[in-house]
Structure formats: structure tokens, C-alpha cells
Write a protein that binds this ligand. Structure first.
Ligand code: NAD
Length: 405
């Protein structure tokens, strides 16, 4: 039987997933992107030149124009009602835009996948669905399965690396195991992705939030730019490999607050299994074991990881060809409102103090134009400014778990 798979989004991840999933035999894939004129651009270019997914090395999947098996459109109303599965593949700060657009038209058996979902996707998506009288199943995948970049819009995307394993959570309020056609939603997703990455279920939604690790980019950004004199730079500085002792102090301090929070949760709810949240150094060694040449400290793990070769700070070019930091890039715009502030509230729910997280949030406020902390307490922000549990009526750990019952 054919399954109607809808991918929402028009960026790097949407390009990669569209190319890969459309080759699966029973998948009838449609991309919906409502951003600017992306749908027209993508459809037109692909119609002329076909579509290509290039993998680092030699492997590539080249699809001639006449063989392209997926459509690209900006039409939500006509596509969503017949969708068997919707995969949202955009930065977290646009999840609410897509959820609000698609919710009125979803049929009740169509699961929604956030790929990636990141901290808080489950309660944001459930809340928006509820406002439309719906209870569709939510699957949240921790991160993008690939490191990928568009080479030519609507025509060619490059996959720089594929993860071995990624975690996901599933909230199935309807019960009954969430079928898409004859199969479970996670099996359909695995078939669409191929053999890698292996999708691995995480029962504990709160622990998943810790494993998503919104904890690496903000401290590196903060340490680098907090005392910046505002003068443009000749070249963009290295991001990971450029860290110094001060950045490590913030990375370590932040990780320490996160592991203390996990320990406090483990203490309070021993049956939920919060143990095993690793330090930043352990996490790097776990993920990049072969690529790190000096594993002696966190500093050397960052400086000598070849997977980070050439990765620089997000910068914009000035009119005279110099560079200034881009604080609207996802390292601040996504990882603070859709990451750090979520961790901050969880820490405060179990009374762990977070001076380092607070210092970084206070700095990010000045770049993002939203106040998150006042007199050491989290403010109740509006939904467009971030994904604080308290904005969704969750103020205690018990309420957090109750939300998904
Ligand atoms: P991207 O930067 O390519 O996404 C940009 C796209 O998002 C745009 O093309 C548009 O379709 C959509 N968009 C942006 N602003 C919008 C708006 N205001 N309204 C509607 N749509 C809007 O994103 P990506 O690289 O595909 O990454 C998606 C998510 O995956 C992000 O959360 C990112 O942090 C995460 N991620 C990506 C990678 C990667 O290698 N690409 C790796 C790990 C994690």
C-alpha cells in the first residue's frame, strides 16, 4: 500500500530527507514549505535539473528530472488531510508556525514527527493540537540524522555525515501503538531513513531533554563574544577548535549544573532512571572516539577533534569584507529559547542552582531581545519567544509527567 508522507520545511534537512525517503518503494512524498518563495524555487529548479543527494566520499543519489518521485508545494490545505505521516523538519523556532498551519487539517490517525523535535517539542505540539480539538501521536527525534548542507537550492544537497543512532520519544495519547498504514510509526520512520541512523526509543521524556544537549553552543558563543569590542574581524574564528580555558570553564560549569540536576531527579524519582547523563568530555569521546587525537581533557577533546576541522563561528560579512558575529544564528536563537531555558526551569523544579546557565541566559537576552530571567527567576514568556514548560502550564516535575498521561 502507498503511504502519503508529508515533509514540512524547505531547508537542509528537508532536502536530504525528501531525496532519501522518496526512493522508498511505497512512499508517496510531498514537501510543504510556506517560507518565502521556496516552494516555487524548489519545484522549478528540480523540474529542470532533477535532484541529487551527495554523500561525502563518492556515493551519490542522482535523480533525473523525469524520475523525481516527490512534489514540492506551499499548499497546506490540500496536502495535509490525506497525509498518513507528517515530518516537521525545520529549526525549533518555526515549529509553532507549522503546527498552527497543519493542525486544523490533520486526520486523527496521522502522527506528527519533529525531526528534530528538541526540548519541549512534545508539549508545544500537544498544546497546539489540543487547541484544534486533536490528540494526534507525537514522535520527537533528538537531532537531525545527518550533518547536511544545501549545495544548490532545490537541486543538490550534501550529506557530510550520518549518525549511527538517534533517540526519540513517542507520546501516544490515543493508545493502541500508533499505526501508519499497517506498521508502527517508528518502523515507518526507520524504513524512510534506511539502515542508519538506528532509531532508539527513550521512555523518559524529561531525560531526553538532557540528552539533546543544547549545552555546547551557547557557552562557546558566550565565552568568545561577551567582551567583544564590536570591531569587525578579518576572518571568522574557529568555533570548537578555537576554544580556550575560559570557554572550557563555562562548558564544564554548565555541564556540572546539568548533571547535578539529573542527579537530583534521580534521587527524587529513582524509578525513572535519570542516571547516566554524561559530562561533556565523556559525550565527545562517545560520539567522536576515532576523530579525537588527544583525549586528555575537555579542552584537547575540542581542539583536536577532526570532525570539527574548519568549523567557524557564525558570522555575517560587512560591506568592507570583514566579519561580525551573527547572534541570530541557531547557536543562540535556537539553543537558548528551545534548550537552555528549558533546562533552567527543570533545574529550578528540583532546586538546583544554576549560576553559570543564568549568566549565559542573561547575555543571550541582550542578543535576542527577550527577557527570560528577572531577579533570578524565570519570567513567563510568550510562546513565540521560547518553549518554557511554565508557558504551557507545567510548573512542577509531577505536572510535567502528568501532561503526557
Ligand atoms: P535550515 O537552517 O536549513 O532551515 C531553514 C529553513 O527553515 C528555511 O529554508 C525555511 O524552510 C524554514 N524557515 C526558516 N524560518 C522560517 C519562518 N519564519 N517560517 C517558516 N519557515 C521558516 O535548517 P536545517 O539545517 O534543516 O536544520 C533543521 C533543524 O535541525 C535545526 O533545529 C538544526 O539545529 C537541526 N540540525 C541540523 C543539522 C544539519 O546538519 N543541517 C544538524 C544537526 C541538527
Amino acid at each position: 500500500e502507498k503511504l502519503n508522507i508529508t515533509i514540512c520545511g524547505g531547508g537542509n534537512g528537508a532536502h536530504t530527507f525528501a531525496g532519501i525517503s522518496s526512493l522508498v518503494k511505497n512512499a508517496n512524498v510531498t514537501v510543504v514549505t510556506i517560507f518565502e518563495n521556496e516552494a516555487e524555487r524548489w519545484a522549478e529548479t528540480m523540474g529542470k535539473n532533477g535532484f541529487e543527494v551527495k554523500f561525502k566520499g563518492d556515493k551519490k543519489v542522482t535523480i533525473a528530472p523525469e524520475d523525481v518521485k516527490f512534489k514540492v508545494t506551499k499548499e497546506v490545505k490540500s496536502v495535509i488531510p490525506d497525509s498518513d505521516l507528517v515530518v516537521i523538519c525545520v529549526p525549533a523556532y518555526t515549529h509553532n508556525i507549522y503546527m498552527n498551519l497543519i493542525s486544523p487539517y490533520l486526520n486523527k490517525n496521522c502522527p506528527i514527527v519533529g525531526m528534530p523535535g528538541q526540548p519541549g517539542f512534545e508539549y508545544e505540539a500537544l498544546t497546539i493540537l489540543k487547541e484544534h480539538g486533536k490528540t494526534n501521536t507525537i514522535m520527537s527525534i533528538e537531532t537531525m540524522p545527518w550533518a547536511c548542507r544545501i549545495i544548490k537550492y532545490g537541486e543538490c544537497v550534501e550529506v557530510l555525515g550520518t549518525k549511527d543512532e538517534v533517540c526519540y520519544t513517542l507520546v501516544d495519547k490515543l493508545g493502541g501503538g500508533t499505526k501508519v498504514g499497517q506498521s508502527h510509526v517508528e518502523d515507518v520512520m526507520q524504513a524512510l531513513l534506511g539502515s542508519k541512523p538506528v532509531l532508539s526509543r527513550m521512555e523518559n521524556i524529561l531525560k531526553y531533554t538532557f540528552l539533546c544537549r543544547p549545552t555546547i553552543h551557547p557557552p562557546i558563543m558566550y565565552a568568545k563574544w561577551k567582551s567583544w569590542d564590536g570591531l569587525p574581524l578579518e576572518t571568522p574564528p574557529l568555533f570548537y577548535q578555537g576554544v580556550d580555558e575560559e570557554a572550557v570553564r563555562y562548558l564544564d560549569g554548565l555541564t556540572e549544573e546539568v548533571t547535578q540536576t539529573a542527579a537530583a531527579l534521580d534521587n527524587k524519582f529513582p524509578e525513572l532512571g535519570f542516571s547516566g547523563v554524561s559530562t561533556m568530555k565523556e559525550w565527545l569521546i562517545d560520539h567522536y572516539s576515532d576523530q579525537i587525537s588527544d583525549k586528555s581533557s575537555l579542552l584537547t577533546c575540542l581542539q583536536t577533534n577532526s570532525a570539527y576541522d574548519g568549523l567557524v563561528h557564525p558570522m555575517t560579512k560587512t560591506s568592507d569584507g570583514k566579519f561580525v558575529p551573527d547572534f541570530q544564528y541557531r547557536y543562540t536563537r535556537e539553543d537558548v529559547p528551545y534548550g537552555l531555558i528549558v533546562l533552567r526551569q527543570i533545574a529550578s523544579m528540583v532546586e538546583v542552582s544554576t549560576p553559570i546557565i543564568d549568566e549565559i541566559i542573561k547575555w543571550a537576552e541582550t542578543k535576542l531581545g527577550t527577557q527570560y530571567l528577572k531577579d533570578g527567576k524565570l519570567c513567563n514568556i510568550d510562546r513565540k519567544s521560547g518553549r518554557l514548560p511554565l508557558t504551557y502550564g507545567i510548573t512542577t516535575i509531577e505536572e510535567f509527567f502528568q501532561f503526557f498521561k
